[in-house]
Write a protein that binds this ligand. Structure first.
Ligand SMILES: [Fe+2]
Length: 214
């Protein structure tokens, strides 16, 4: 059920101008959209995953109390969150088997590469920080900075759980897709560890609605 806080309706932002609350290619930075096309050619999964995670973030963000401008930042960050994978070699990015320690280490650079790409653009500085934090965990076990709880921006907390859910229900080169129920169980098990409780609850609510509507 759509409520007033849900996307698709125009909202007033802090400077009192109307803005769209949806986010799509063309709403962002053309140079970054071009880089996303390159990423799509390199690894189709990552680019389409970013799109789906942005949609999930759009729905779940208001449920954890994100204000419209925070929501837009979260959606924009979600849309570009794995853009730093452009800096990861294909043999690692699409490897069908388990990664070696050094391959895993190279993957952990992608949030920082993503932040560096976005921070060249003045209008997306906060989204750049959100991207840097999208693998941080509520209990400090994430990367690259091992941030904990309130040190992690709210937009990055919702992005984190939306990212994990979409990855779990997607087929990957190294495993089949998990069923919705299995993914939900894993999200629930991660509450308070990987995931901020409110962000996880928001994601669980909207995925439950989406699953029932499907
Ligand atoms: Fe990522």
């Amino acid at each position: 059920m759509e409520s007033e806080a849900y996307p698709g309706r125009p909202v007033r932002n802090a400077s009192n101008t109307w803005q769209r609350q949806s986010f799509a290619p063309g709403d962002g930075i053309p140079a970054l959209d071009a880089l996303m096309q390159v990423l799509h050619a390199k690894d189709g999964y990552t680019a389409s995953h970013c799109r789906r995670v942005s949609s999930l973030t759009r729905l779940a963000g208001p449920r954890m109390g994100l204000e419209p401008l925070e929501l837009r930042t979260a959606m924009l960050a979600a849309f570009y969150h794995d853009i730093g994978k452009l800096g990861i070699v294909n043999s690692v990015l699409t490897k069908p088997g388990q990664l070696t320690a050094s391959e895993w280490h190279s993957i952990t650079a992608h949030p920082t590469i993503g932040r560096e790409l976005l921070e060249s653009f003045l209008s997306v500085q906060r989204a750049a920080l959100v991207i840097q934090q999208h693998h941080e965990s509520w209990d400090g076990s994430g990367y690259p900075m091992s941030l904990t709880e309130e040190e992690i921006l709210p937009e990055a907390r919702i992005l984190r759980v939306c990212d994990v859910y979409d990855a779990l229900v997607s087929e990957r080169p190294y495993r089949p897709a998990y069923a919705h129920s299995e993914a939900i169980e894993m999200i629930v098990n991660g509450i308070g560890a990987e995931f901020e409780p409110e962000a996880a609850e928001a994601l669980l609510t909207i995925t439950d609605q989406l699953h029932k509507a499907a």
